[in-house]
Design a protein around this ligand. Sequence first.
Ligand code: AHG
Ligand code: MN
Ligand code: MN
Length: 334
Amino acid sequence: MSSTPGPTPVVGDLVTLQGHILAQQSHYPEATGTLSWILSALSISAKMIAAQVRRARLADVLGAVGTGNVQGEQQQKLDVIANEILLRTLGGREGVAIVASEENEEPVILRTEKEGERKYCVLFDPLDGSSNLDVCGAVGTIFSILRHDRRATRAEDSLLQPGSRQVAAGYILYGPSTVFTLSIGRGTDMFVLDPAIGAFVRVEQGLRIPATAKSYSVNEGNRLAFPAGYQAYLDHAQRNGYSSRYAGAMVADVHRILLKGGVFLYPPTSKAPQGKLRLMYEANPMAMLVEQAGGKALSAPGRRILDEQPTGIHQRTAVIIGSPGEVDQVIGHL
Ligand code: AHG
Ligand code: MN
Ligand code: MN
């Protein structure tokens, strides 16, 4: 037998979120690094919020603050803490012109643009699914980054751009591990926080959502309040051996669907005729991540979420999002 050594075993590259962002930046020769700095602020926020979420019960920060947010919804103490973390970390980044949050009625103008500079707007849902916290369920953060429109006279005018103009979007899932899912418009990539080294490590590059899967995710308690077409789809699903999975946090539900396939629905209801979820900091970023992974995201038949022209930063929308085959199946019933 020859003693020639075999090929060197191939060990997968270890790529951190920071390394990934810098590599992506190199695809754009005109990039100045401003966006990379903003993404790094979001990664720091994610680690800070993850630490707070882990200790919530011990630090006695579970439960409601006793005030409502702009949507008239109960604010949990951690909604407020997560919001402050994001405002603080993003506030320190020169490249951020305006931030808008689910928890603040008005956008916060941080700084104006000087000639020749490029600045960005960041919109976010600091804690998604926050009512899950009391029962140690998964929660998340969702963000959307738009280019600042320097011609806009009011902050709102710069923010009210359709989701197709997002420069980047992502979510962070605080579950058994902390997962950062990001798109900078060149596919969707996923990172898991390694607590031993304090860094997000890439686990999926150019993620592809399964084309179909017999799985739907919807609050079925509202079923009788859904338009007839949605009820017909649920009849179809239940006659055909589908599974129902609903975490009550869009981040957790869409995360599962990105990996395993299926469809996430938040239809219009009699109580919320426009739908419940917020277009600019829930639906748009999720739509970008899912489309960049080969999925579909619609608000109604023939209406792509990313093409909706927003008229208010807290505007709501119906959501049909997930595997292309399953979204088509739902649309076929509407
Ligand atoms: P938030 O906690 O940011 O208000 O968002 C909760 C959202 C979303 O994450 C979830 O999918 C949906 O509300 C759940 O609503 P229902 O309780 O009506 O099912
Ligand atoms: Mn939310
Ligand atoms: Mn929220």
